[in-house]
Design a protein around this ligand. Structure first.
Ligand SMILES: NC(=O)c1ccc[n+]([C@@H]2O[C@H](COP(=O)([O-])OP(=O)(O)OC[C@H]3O[C@@H](n4cnc5c(N)ncnc54)[C@H](O)[C@@H]3O)[C@@H](O)[C@H]2O)c1
Length: 367
C-alpha cells in the first residue's frame, strides 16, 4: 500500500480526507501539513492521521511517504510539487498542474528525469457521468460528433470560498480554475486538442467578498475573468467554450455535443454524477430522454484519480490522471490565454491519447 503526505489542508481537503478514510483503501494518508497548523490538527483529530509536519520540507524528508498530495493554492503548486519531486516523491496535484505553461513544462521534465509520476486533478472525468458519456459516444449514440458548446457561467467565488483572493490572482481566474474540468472532460470524450483560439475580458476591476471571514473586503482583479474560446480537436471537431466569473447564470447546458444522429447533454464536469442531468436528444424523433449511469462513482469521489495513480504505480500501468493529461490541458488553457493576448490562434505542441476507460465490474474503491 502506498503512503501519502498531504500539503495544504484548506477548503478542498475535507472531501479528500473523507474519501481516504471511507473509500480508497489502497492508499494511506500518513501525514498532513499546513501553514496554519490548526487546520492540520483538526484533520488529524478527525481522522486519526499519524503525523503532522510544520513545514513541507519536513514532510518531504519523511522516508515513509511515497506520494505527496499537493492541495495548496494554484500559484503555490509549482514550488510544492517541485520540492516533492526533488525529494524523490511521486506527486498528485490539485489543478492546475502549474500557474503557467513554463511551470508545467519544468515539472514534467523534472518528473521524467527522476523517473517519478506527477498526476493530478480533476478526476471528475473518472466519475459515473462522464465515463458513461465517453462510452455512449464511442458506441455511436450521437453518430459522428460535429461540434459542441460548453458554458461555465458564474458570478465569482467570493460568495462562498472563505479565502477567495487566489481565484483572482496568477494561476486562478475562470480559465485556470474551471477550465481543467471542461477540457479534461472534452479530451476524454473527443480526444486530443490541435488548436485553440480565444478572446478575454475583465469587466469588473473589483469583486466584493460576501463570504465569511473576509466579508466586506474588496478583491482587486488583475487577470481576465471572462473568456470566449474555440477548441479544434485532432479529429477536426470544433467546440466553443465560455468560462466566466462575470455572468449571471443563464442556465445553459454545461456541455452540449452535436452529432449526426442527435445531441448529448453531458453532466456538469465539476461533478462525478449527473446532478444537472444527462440527456440524449434523438435527431430523428426529436425526443429527449434521460440517460442512466453505467459506471461507479456517481457522488463526490475526489481522491479517485490519486487512488488510481497509486494502483497504477503498483500494477505497472499508466495512471488515468497522469501529467500526460494535465500537461495537455494546461497547454490548451495557457494557449487560450496567449491567444486572447495576441489575437492569434495557438497551435498545440503536446499530444494526448486517452487512457483506458474505468472498469465498471471492479468493486467500489478498488482500482
Ligand atoms: N475549494 C474548492 O472547492 C476546490 C475544488 C476543487 C479543487 N480545488 C483546488 O484545490 C486547491 C486548494 O484550494 P482550496 O480551496 O482548498 O484553497 P485554500 O486556500 O482553502 O487551502 C489551501 C491551503 O494550503 C495551505 N498551504 C499553502 N502553501 C502551503 C505550504 N507551503 N505548506 C503547507 N500548507 C500550505 C494554506 O495554508 C491553505 O490552508 C486549489 O488548487 C484549487 O484549485 C479547490
Amino acid at each position: 500500500m502506498l503512503k501519502v503526505g498531504m500539503v495544504g489542508v484548506g477548503c478542498i481537503s475535507g472531501i479528500y480526507l473523507k474519501n481516504f478514510h471511507e473509500t480508497f483503501k489502497n492508499v494511506q494518508l500518513v501525514a498532513v501539513c499546513d501553514l496554519v497548523r490548526s487546520r492540520a490538527e483538526a484533520a488529524q483529530a478527525k481522522y486519526n492521521i499519524p503525523k503532522i509536519y510544520d513545514t513541507m520540507e519536513e514532510l518531504f524528508a519523511d522516508p515513509e511517504i511515497d506520494i505527496v498530495l499537493n492541495l495548496t493554492r494554484p500559484y503555490e503548486h509549482y514550488e510544492v510539487s517541485r520540492g516533492a519531486l526533488l525529494a524523490g516523491k511521486h506527486v498528485y496535484s490539485e489543478k492546475p498542474l502549474g500557474a503557467d505553461f513554463e511551470e508545467g513544462t519544468a515539472l514534467v521534465k523534472l518528473a521524467e528525469e527522476k523517473g517519478l509520476m506527477i498526476g493530478g486533478a480533476p478526476d471528475t472525468f473518472l466519475g459515473a457521468g462522464l465515463q458513461t458519456c465517453r462510452k455512449l459516444i464511442d458506441e455511436g449514440l450521437i453518430g459522428d460528433v460535429i461540434g459542441g458548446r460548453c458554458v461555465l457561467s458564474s458570478r465569482g467565488v467570493e460568495t462562498w470560498h472563505p479565502d477567495p483572493d487566489f481565484f483572482y490572482q496568477r494561476g486562478g481566474g475562470p480559465m485556470l480554475d474551471m477550465g481543467p474540468y471542461y477540457l479534461t472532460a472534452l479530451i476524454n470524450m473527443l480526444g486530443g486538442i490541435r488548436r485553440v483560439y480565444a478572446t478575454s475580458q475583465t469587466p469588473f476591476s473589483e469583486h466584493l467578498i460576501t463570504s465569511k471571514p473576509h466579508e466586506g473586503e474588496i478583491i482587486k482583479v488583475t487577470i481576465p475573468t471572462h473568456y470566449e474560446t474555440m477548441i479544434t480537436f485532432d479529429s477536426g471537431v470544433t467546440v466553443s467554450f465560455v468560462t466566466s466569473f462575470d455572468m449571471y447564470d443563464p442556465k445553459m447546458p454545461n456541455i452540449l455535443l452535436y452529432g449526426t444522429k442527435g445531441n448529448l447533454f453531458a453532466p456538469d464536469p465539476n461533478c462525478f454524477g449527473t446532478e444537472k442531468g444527462m440527456k440524449f436528444q434523438c435527431g430523428e424523433t426529436k425526443e429527449i430522454i434521460d440517460l442512466p449511469l453505467e459506471f461507479d462513482y456517481g457522488v463526490n469521489s475526489r481522491c479517485l484519480g490519486l487512488a488510481d495513480m497509486a494502483a497504477a504505480l503498483e500494477q505497472g500501468r499508466r495512471p488515468r490522471a497522469s501529467y500526460l493529461q494535465t500537461y495537455h490541458v494546461l497547454e490548451a488553457m495557457t494557449g487560450m490565454m496567449k491567444s486572447a493576448e495576441t489575437g492569434m490562434p495557438y497551435e498545440m505542441t503536446t499530444h494526448f491519447e486517452r487512457e483506458a476507460p474505468m472498469d465498471p465490474t471492479l468493486p467500489h474503491g478498488v482500482l
